[in-house]
Design a protein around this ligand. Structure first.
Ligand code: ADP
Length: 254
Protein backbone atom coordinates (compact mmCIF):
# COMPACT_ATOMS: atom_id res chain seq x y z
CA UNK A 1 0.00 0.00 0.00
CA UNK A 2 1.18 3.50 -0.81
CA UNK A 3 1.71 5.48 2.39
CA UNK A 4 0.55 9.10 2.70
CA UNK A 5 3.41 11.52 1.98
CA UNK A 6 3.67 12.65 5.58
CA UNK A 7 3.95 9.05 6.87
CA UNK A 8 6.67 7.99 4.44
CA UNK A 9 10.05 7.02 5.85
CA UNK A 10 12.51 9.92 5.64
CA UNK A 11 15.13 9.55 2.91
CA UNK A 12 18.46 8.24 4.21
CA UNK A 13 20.25 11.50 3.47
CA UNK A 14 18.63 14.80 2.58
CA UNK A 15 21.82 16.38 1.27
CA UNK A 16 25.22 14.85 0.48
CA UNK A 17 28.46 16.32 1.89
CA UNK A 18 28.95 17.82 -1.61
CA UNK A 19 25.56 19.56 -1.39
CA UNK A 20 23.47 17.37 -3.71
CA UNK A 21 19.80 17.26 -2.66
CA UNK A 22 17.22 14.44 -2.99
CA UNK A 23 15.93 15.93 -6.25
CA UNK A 24 19.44 16.46 -7.65
CA UNK A 25 19.52 20.23 -7.09
CA UNK A 26 22.41 22.13 -5.58
CA UNK A 27 21.78 24.01 -2.31
CA UNK A 28 21.09 27.34 -4.02
CA UNK A 29 18.92 26.17 -6.94
CA UNK A 30 15.21 26.87 -7.36
CA UNK A 31 12.86 24.15 -8.59
CA UNK A 32 11.56 24.56 -12.16
CA UNK A 33 8.89 27.29 -12.29
CA UNK A 34 6.31 28.24 -14.93
CA UNK A 35 3.69 30.96 -14.69
CA UNK A 36 0.84 32.23 -16.88
CA UNK A 37 -1.70 34.99 -16.31
CA UNK A 38 -5.27 35.38 -17.58
CA UNK A 39 -6.12 31.68 -17.50
CA UNK A 40 -9.72 32.03 -16.22
CA UNK A 41 -12.01 34.24 -18.29
CA UNK A 42 -14.80 34.36 -15.66
CA UNK A 43 -12.56 35.96 -13.02
CA UNK A 44 -11.35 39.58 -13.16
CA UNK A 45 -7.77 38.36 -12.84
CA UNK A 46 -6.09 34.98 -12.68
CA UNK A 47 -2.80 33.14 -12.78
CA UNK A 48 -1.57 29.57 -12.98
CA UNK A 49 1.76 28.60 -11.44
CA UNK A 50 3.71 25.36 -11.65
CA UNK A 51 6.48 25.31 -9.08
CA UNK A 52 8.28 21.99 -8.69
CA UNK A 53 5.39 19.54 -8.26
CA UNK A 54 2.98 22.28 -7.11
CA UNK A 55 0.10 23.23 -9.43
CA UNK A 56 -1.70 26.34 -8.27
CA UNK A 57 -4.52 28.49 -9.63
CA UNK A 58 -5.16 31.98 -8.28
CA UNK A 59 -8.26 34.01 -9.10
CA UNK A 60 -9.27 37.55 -8.17
CA UNK A 61 -12.72 39.12 -8.22
CA UNK A 62 -13.18 42.82 -7.63
CA UNK A 63 -13.22 45.54 -6.71
CA UNK A 64 -16.95 44.82 -6.43
CA UNK A 65 -19.89 45.32 -4.09
CA UNK A 66 -19.47 43.80 -0.62
CA UNK A 67 -21.71 40.95 0.52
CA UNK A 68 -22.68 40.77 3.34
CA UNK A 69 -23.09 44.55 3.32
CA UNK A 70 -22.22 45.12 6.99
CA UNK A 71 -18.59 44.16 6.23
CA UNK A 72 -18.20 47.24 3.99
CA UNK A 73 -15.34 49.57 4.94
CA UNK A 74 -16.23 53.17 4.07
CA UNK A 75 -12.66 54.37 3.51
CA UNK A 76 -11.01 51.39 1.79
CA UNK A 77 -11.46 48.07 0.08
CA UNK A 78 -12.04 44.94 2.11
CA UNK A 79 -9.54 42.27 1.03
CA UNK A 80 -10.51 38.63 1.57
CA UNK A 81 -8.41 35.58 0.78
CA UNK A 82 -9.19 31.88 0.68
CA UNK A 83 -6.44 29.26 0.39
CA UNK A 84 -7.84 25.84 -0.41
CA UNK A 85 -6.23 22.47 -1.07
CA UNK A 86 -8.21 20.29 -3.44
CA UNK A 87 -9.02 16.81 -2.06
CA UNK A 88 -6.90 15.35 -4.91
CA UNK A 89 -3.91 17.65 -4.30
CA UNK A 90 -2.22 15.32 -1.81
CA UNK A 91 -1.09 11.69 -1.93
CA UNK A 92 -3.96 10.63 0.35
CA UNK A 93 -7.34 12.22 -0.41
CA UNK A 94 -7.59 15.34 1.72
CA UNK A 95 -10.87 15.93 3.50
CA UNK A 96 -12.55 18.77 1.53
CA UNK A 97 -13.24 22.10 3.16
CA UNK A 98 -11.41 24.46 5.48
CA UNK A 99 -9.20 23.21 8.29
CA UNK A 100 -6.91 24.95 10.78
CA UNK A 101 -4.01 24.96 8.32
CA UNK A 102 -5.96 26.42 5.40
CA UNK A 103 -7.46 29.10 7.67
CA UNK A 104 -3.93 30.03 8.82
CA UNK A 105 -2.55 30.07 5.28
CA UNK A 106 -5.47 32.19 4.02
CA UNK A 107 -4.57 34.75 6.71
CA UNK A 108 -0.84 34.55 5.99
CA UNK A 109 -1.29 35.04 2.23
CA UNK A 110 -3.77 37.90 2.71
CA UNK A 111 -1.35 39.69 5.04
CA UNK A 112 1.57 39.11 2.66
CA UNK A 113 -0.37 40.77 -0.18
CA UNK A 114 -2.21 43.53 1.68
CA UNK A 115 0.70 46.03 1.91
CA UNK A 116 0.97 45.93 -1.89
CA UNK A 117 -2.65 46.89 -2.58
CA UNK A 118 -3.80 50.54 -2.73
CA UNK A 119 -6.93 49.71 -0.72
CA UNK A 120 -7.85 53.38 -0.24
CA UNK A 121 -8.43 53.72 -4.00
CA UNK A 122 -11.45 51.40 -3.76
CA UNK A 123 -13.56 52.50 -0.74
CA UNK A 124 -16.68 50.47 0.01
CA UNK A 125 -15.71 47.53 -2.21
CA UNK A 126 -14.30 44.04 -1.77
CA UNK A 127 -11.38 42.32 -3.48
CA UNK A 128 -11.65 38.52 -3.21
CA UNK A 129 -8.55 36.39 -3.72
CA UNK A 130 -8.80 32.63 -4.22
CA UNK A 131 -5.76 30.36 -4.10
CA UNK A 132 -6.56 26.80 -5.16
CA UNK A 133 -3.92 24.12 -4.70
CA UNK A 134 -4.53 21.51 -7.37
CA UNK A 135 -1.38 19.55 -6.59
CA UNK A 136 0.83 20.16 -3.56
CA UNK A 137 4.53 19.56 -3.21
CA UNK A 138 5.83 21.83 -0.41
CA UNK A 139 6.01 25.60 -0.45
CA UNK A 140 2.39 26.12 -1.48
CA UNK A 141 1.91 29.23 0.68
CA UNK A 142 4.78 30.94 -1.16
CA UNK A 143 3.88 29.74 -4.65
CA UNK A 144 0.25 30.64 -3.84
CA UNK A 145 1.21 34.17 -2.73
CA UNK A 146 3.30 34.65 -5.89
CA UNK A 147 0.39 33.43 -8.06
CA UNK A 148 -2.15 35.61 -6.21
CA UNK A 149 0.02 38.68 -6.71
CA UNK A 150 0.01 38.00 -10.46
CA UNK A 151 -3.77 37.51 -10.43
CA UNK A 152 -4.20 40.89 -8.66
CA UNK A 153 -2.04 42.59 -11.30
CA UNK A 154 -3.96 40.78 -14.05
CA UNK A 155 -7.22 42.10 -12.53
CA UNK A 156 -5.82 45.63 -12.89
CA UNK A 157 -5.87 46.31 -9.15
CA UNK A 158 -3.69 49.32 -8.30
CA UNK A 159 -0.63 48.03 -6.43
CA UNK A 160 2.64 49.42 -5.09
CA UNK A 161 4.32 46.51 -6.86
CA UNK A 162 4.34 42.75 -7.12
CA UNK A 163 4.73 40.46 -4.13
CA UNK A 164 7.17 37.59 -4.59
CA UNK A 165 7.36 34.74 -2.12
CA UNK A 166 9.57 31.71 -1.70
CA UNK A 167 10.89 29.57 1.10
CA UNK A 168 14.46 28.94 2.14
CA UNK A 169 15.53 26.51 4.82
CA UNK A 170 18.23 24.73 6.75
CA UNK A 171 19.06 21.10 6.14
CA UNK A 172 21.85 20.03 8.51
CA UNK A 173 24.60 22.60 8.02
CA UNK A 174 23.30 23.78 4.66
CA UNK A 175 21.12 26.80 4.02
CA UNK A 176 19.02 25.75 1.02
CA UNK A 177 16.85 27.53 -1.52
CA UNK A 178 13.22 26.50 -2.04
CA UNK A 179 12.93 23.33 0.11
CA UNK A 180 11.40 20.31 -1.62
CA UNK A 181 8.90 17.95 -0.03
CA UNK A 182 11.53 15.75 1.68
CA UNK A 183 13.25 18.83 3.11
CA UNK A 184 9.98 20.42 4.19
CA UNK A 185 9.02 17.25 6.06
CA UNK A 186 12.39 16.15 7.45
CA UNK A 187 14.70 19.19 7.14
CA UNK A 188 15.57 21.28 10.18
CA UNK A 189 14.13 24.72 9.42
CA UNK A 190 11.68 26.13 6.88
CA UNK A 191 11.60 29.90 6.31
CA UNK A 192 8.82 31.16 4.03
CA UNK A 193 9.45 34.80 3.01
CA UNK A 194 7.49 37.28 0.89
CA UNK A 195 8.85 40.57 -0.44
CA UNK A 196 7.11 43.60 -1.83
CA UNK A 197 9.71 43.77 -4.55
CA UNK A 198 9.50 47.47 -5.34
CA UNK A 199 11.36 48.39 -2.14
CA UNK A 200 12.26 44.89 -0.88
CA UNK A 201 9.90 45.25 2.08
CA UNK A 202 9.31 41.91 3.83
CA UNK A 203 5.57 41.19 4.08
CA UNK A 204 5.81 37.60 5.36
CA UNK A 205 8.47 35.88 7.43
CA UNK A 206 7.89 32.61 9.21
CA UNK A 207 10.43 30.42 10.95
CA UNK A 208 9.69 26.91 12.21
CA UNK A 209 13.00 26.06 13.88
CA UNK A 210 16.26 27.46 15.25
CA UNK A 211 18.80 29.44 13.20
CA UNK A 212 21.86 31.30 14.43
CA UNK A 213 22.06 34.99 13.54
CA UNK A 214 24.60 34.20 10.78
CA UNK A 215 22.41 31.42 9.39
CA UNK A 216 19.39 33.70 9.47
CA UNK A 217 21.25 36.43 7.55
CA UNK A 218 22.50 33.87 5.03
CA UNK A 219 18.96 32.51 4.62
CA UNK A 220 17.53 35.98 4.07
CA UNK A 221 20.23 36.85 1.50
CA UNK A 222 19.49 33.61 -0.33
CA UNK A 223 15.73 34.31 -0.24
CA UNK A 224 16.41 37.76 -1.72
CA UNK A 225 18.45 36.22 -4.57
CA UNK A 226 15.71 33.67 -5.28
CA UNK A 227 13.03 36.37 -5.15
CA UNK A 228 14.91 38.42 -7.77
CA UNK A 229 14.73 35.45 -10.16
CA UNK A 230 11.05 34.72 -9.46
CA UNK A 231 10.20 38.44 -9.80
CA UNK A 232 11.72 38.52 -13.30
CA UNK A 233 9.51 35.54 -14.22
CA UNK A 234 6.42 37.29 -12.84
CA UNK A 235 7.10 40.44 -14.88
CA UNK A 236 7.70 38.32 -17.98
CA UNK A 237 4.42 36.42 -17.41
CA UNK A 238 2.52 39.72 -17.17
CA UNK A 239 4.15 41.07 -20.34
CA UNK A 240 3.71 37.87 -22.36
CA UNK A 241 0.08 38.31 -23.55
CA UNK A 242 0.96 41.79 -24.82
CA UNK A 243 4.09 40.55 -26.56
CA UNK A 244 1.96 38.02 -28.48
CA UNK A 245 -0.33 40.84 -29.67
CA UNK A 246 2.66 42.92 -30.76
CA UNK A 247 4.07 40.02 -32.77
CA UNK A 248 0.79 39.10 -34.46
CA UNK A 249 0.22 42.74 -35.49
CA UNK A 250 3.76 42.94 -36.87
CA UNK A 251 3.13 39.65 -38.74
CA UNK A 252 0.00 41.03 -40.41
CA UNK A 253 1.83 44.10 -41.69
CA UNK A 254 4.54 42.15 -43.47
P1 ADP B 1 3.59 24.77 2.51
O1 ADP B 1 2.84 24.07 1.42
O2 ADP B 1 3.44 26.26 2.46
O3 ADP B 1 5.04 24.33 2.60
P2 ADP B 1 3.21 23.17 4.92
O4 ADP B 1 4.63 23.29 5.37
O5 ADP B 1 2.11 23.20 5.95
O6 ADP B 1 2.87 24.36 3.88
O7 ADP B 1 3.01 21.86 4.07
C1 ADP B 1 4.05 21.27 3.36
C2 ADP B 1 3.50 20.25 2.40
O8 ADP B 1 2.89 19.18 3.11
C3 ADP B 1 2.39 20.78 1.49
O9 ADP B 1 2.87 21.50 0.37
C4 ADP B 1 1.71 19.51 1.10
O10 ADP B 1 2.39 18.87 0.02
C5 ADP B 1 1.83 18.64 2.35
N1 ADP B 1 0.58 18.69 3.14
C6 ADP B 1 0.11 19.71 3.84
N2 ADP B 1 -1.08 19.40 4.40
C7 ADP B 1 -1.36 18.13 4.02
C8 ADP B 1 -2.44 17.24 4.26
N3 ADP B 1 -3.48 17.59 5.00
N4 ADP B 1 -2.36 16.02 3.68
C9 ADP B 1 -1.30 15.65 2.94
N5 ADP B 1 -0.26 16.46 2.66
C10 ADP B 1 -0.28 17.68 3.20
Amino acid sequence: MKMPIYLQEPPEILITPEGVRTDGRGPHDLRPIKMTVGVLNRADGSAYVEWGGNRILAAVYGPREVHPKHLTLPDRALVRCRYNMAPFSTEERKRPGPDRRSIELSKVIREALLPAIFVDKYPGTVIDIFVEIIRSDAGTRCAGTTAASLALADAGIAMRGLVTALAVGRVGDWIVMDPNHDEDMYGDVDVPVAFLMEDKEITLLQLDGPLTEDEFNEALDLAMKGADLVYEMQKEALRRPYLVVERSVAGRES
